[in-house]
Design a protein. Structure first.
Lengths: 318, 386
């Protein structure tokens, strides 16, 4: 009987194709049994590439005007951007001005691109992991609700938002990507009170709370897992208070339920700058952070022992 | 204070202050640094103005009076110049380029390799990888420091006199100084009058105490190693209230106390001088990494760096090659000149032993973690993505 379960947990992939591919391959590479991707799966920006009358393609990326003369050049650029989490969209000047004029059309295009990429991701995972392993995902506060349906047809990539799932025959995991309010007014955020209600109702479904894993995107407040650059409003624009000034931005509700129920461990994300592990009572909480823009997959590998609980852990950056 | 006991007492005071400030965390550290910096800057400005307004004669009178009272040396100002000249010192009127390049440049590198660690630390600040932020912060700070340096030299030249100052420095360097203190400018400035002395004492204290915490900031390395499972877990523990790595801090506090003892009572500087070479290796390796980056790590190079080229050669490679060549030459100059202490077998042995201990510790932990099922060689290894 196998006593050890190895979990590979990463978070905040934000559309990075390279990070997803690494996650899929991580199971074999690290000999992990369970692969978990925390919240914020989708990217934050798309890059239009405009067809020119002379047959070339053109775009302005990071203040740089780029011209692509061949399909190879363009495909290479699109791949590079996909690796960093951007979406690209080939268009014409007329179509671009039409889209730019309408917020709804921009939103529709964004959703279309996000769904396309997720479908591609699922297909890649099914190709590589069929009959071997599963990936548990949970959309985060930055993910639109439209993406949830994409996972329904897959038995390899499992959406565990709002569910209690047995990740194997011993360990339960309860998940949500909802967070406390952010300055950006994202899709899955709510007041601390409502978040607390959501968490309590989820935890009520758990069979054994002492051995459960809390997979909550928001890190517990003031835990060291939630130190983010402090933001202040300057001339109506959110800016960093100081290059080295940080403030806790985690959720008080998440902290409250961890303190109250003392689960086996907490898996968190949301704050990219952090790579940290901390103890809240007997609960070990992890946030591996994220470096998706560099195509680097930050993760934590945790070995669970049926008798001892957490036997080992190891942050990686690969 | 210059006796071993005196040095050790000062070391303990510094040790207590540094350990306390690091233990209470970055929030208070930053506040103390900022307040100290502003007060010291104001005092520095007042001191500079008062020095420019004081004639050299006032300093000569004060200095002579002090030296006669403290060390029984009469007419010390002119005696310093005469004695230095007798012992071979002359203030050259022309620049000796050969001596400057072969002597001064490696010496400046020797003095700066520690100080320049500030720049890699600056790289840890959020957003610093953006050129605009670097232009707004690091460069103005460097320019301000250069301006201050020039003003200090000009004020010293004006109030103390360059020939006297260099003569005094020369005598101290060859062990013939008329006083047992290193003749830095502010020491002489403080002799101009009691008010200036008090002001400078206050200013220098506000300058040094908030900055001195750097000495234990190396605990960050131990913290990172513990996180990467190369050191025991307790070293990586962080206090939840102050956000301080108390395990790593305790380890380094104990080490630094032991080192202070050896430094004060057992000529520890002999062992330590070779450590500068360790810094040089770090810079040289970084330059070499920059040189090979476009070929060995194409995906890292393919971002913003790719824009900058000199003809077909990537700019980063060109700069890396120049830097590596300069570092190699500097290392060579250090090795052939006994005054740096780099070629002292005692120091070299000590540092090699330290490096050896680190390598052994790494492999021991690698084996230990492997038995636990952790492969630490994969900590930063890129996961396949095809």
């Amino acid at each position: 009987v196998k006593c050890l379960t190895r979990i590979f947990f990463c978070t905040d992939l934000h559309g990075s194709e390279k990070c997803w591919r690494k996650l899929v391959n991580a199971g074999e590479y690290f000999n992990a049994d369970i692969l978990i991707a925390g919240g914020d799966l989708t990217g934050k920006a798309f890059q239009p590439i405009i067809r020119q009358p002379d047959g070339t393609w053109e775009c302005t990326f990071e203040d740089r005007k780029l011209i692509f003369h061949s399909e190879d050049e363009l495909t290479h650029f699109e791949k590079e951007l996909a690796f960093k989490g951007f979406y690209t969209y080939r268009t014409t000047p007329e179509e671009l001005s039409d889209i730019a004029a309408s917020k709804e059309k921009i939103e529709d295009l964004f959703i279309q691109l996000q769904i396309e990429r997720l479908k591609k991701w699922i297909s890649f995972a099914e190709q590589k992991l069929k009959g071997k392993k599963k990936i548990f995902v949970c959309p985060g506060n930055d993910d639109r609700f439209d993406i949830d349906s994409v996972f329904k047809e897959s038995d390899i990539v499992i959406n565990c938002e709002g569910k209690v799932i047995n990740i194997d025959d011993h360990w339960e995991m309860v998940s949500t990507g909802w967070t406390n309010p952010t300055p950006w007014k994202t899709y899955r955020e709510e007041s601390e009170d409502r978040l607390l209600q959501r968490l309590e109702s989820l935890i009520n479904k758990v069979e054994n709370v002492s051995t459960v894993i809390f997979n909550f995107h928001a890190p517990p407040y003031a835990s060291g897992l939630d130190d983010a650059p402090k933001l202040v409003m300057k001339n109506g624009v959110l800016s960093m208070a100081g290059a080295d000034t940080v403030a806790p931005v985690g959720s008080k509700a998440v902290r409250q339920v961890i303190e109250k129920y003392q689960p086996l461990m907490g898996l968190h994300g949301h704050v990219h700058e952090v790579k940290a592990r901390t103890l809240i009572g007997r609960t070990v909480c992890f946030n591996p952070g994220s470096a998706y823009t560099e195509g680097t997959l930050n993760a934590v590998i945790i070995d669970l022992d049926k008798k001892k609980g957490i036997k080992n852990w190891h942050f990686i950056s690969g | 204070l210059i006796s071993p006991d005196g040095l050790f007492v000062v070391s303990i005071i510094v040790w207590l202050w540094v350990t306390f400030m690091i233990a209470v965390g970055a929030y208070w550290y930053r506040k103390v640094q900022r307040i100290g910096y502003y007060i010291a800057s104001i005092v520095m400005a007042i001191s500079l103005i008062s020095m420019f307004l004081t004639p050299t004669e006032t300093f000569i009178t004060s200095y002579n009076r002090f030296m006669e009272w403290a060390f029984g040396v009469e007419n010390a100002y002119s005696y310093t110049i005469t004695k230095a000249a007798e012992l071979g010192f002359s203030l050259g009127k022309e620049i000796n380029w050969d001596a400057t390049i072969r002597g001064l440049v490696p010496y400046m590198m020797f003095m700066f390799t520690y100080v320049v660690w500030g720049n890699p630390m600056y790289g840890e600040i959020t957003g610093v990888n953006e050129v605009k932020i670097t232009w707004k912060t690091l460069w103005p700070a460097d320019l301000y420091n250069m301006f201050l340096g020039v003003m200090i030299i000009l004020a010293t030249q004006h109030v103390i006199g360059w020939e006297f100052y260099m003569s005094s420095a020369y005598l101290w360097c060859i062990g013939e100084g008329l006083h047992p203190y290193y003749p830095y400018p502010q020491l002489y400035w403080s002799l101009v009058n009691p008010v200036a002395g008090l002001l400078i004492a206050i200013g220098m204290n506000f300058w040094i105490w908030p900055w001195i915490m750097n000495f234990i900031c190396t605990s960050r390395v131990a913290l990172a190693m513990a996180f990467d499972r190369v050191l025991p877990e307790f070293i990586g523990r962080v206090d939840s209230r102050f956000r301080t790595p108390y395990g790593a801090l305790t380890m380094f506090a104990i080490f630094s106390l032991i080192l202070s003892y050896f430094y004060c009572y057992h000529e520890f500087w002999r062992y330590f001088l070779f450590a500068s070479f360790g810094s040089l290796i770090a810079y040289g390796t970084t330059c070499f990494a920059g040189f090979v980056l476009p070929w060995l790590r194409k995906e890292w190079y393919s971002g913003m760096l790719e824009r900058y080229k000199v003809g077909p050669i990537p700019l980063v490679s060109l700069l890396g090659a120049c830097g590596a060549a300069f570092i190699t030459w500097t290392g060579y100059r250090w090795f052939i000149d006994a005054r740096y202490g780099i070629n002292d077998p005692v120091g070299a042995t000590f540092v090699i032993v330290i490096y050896g201990a680190c390598i052994i510790s790494y492999f021991a932990f690698k084996l230990y973690r492997k038995r636990q099922g952790i492969d630490i060689t994969k900590t930063f290894k890129e996961i396949p993505y095809e």
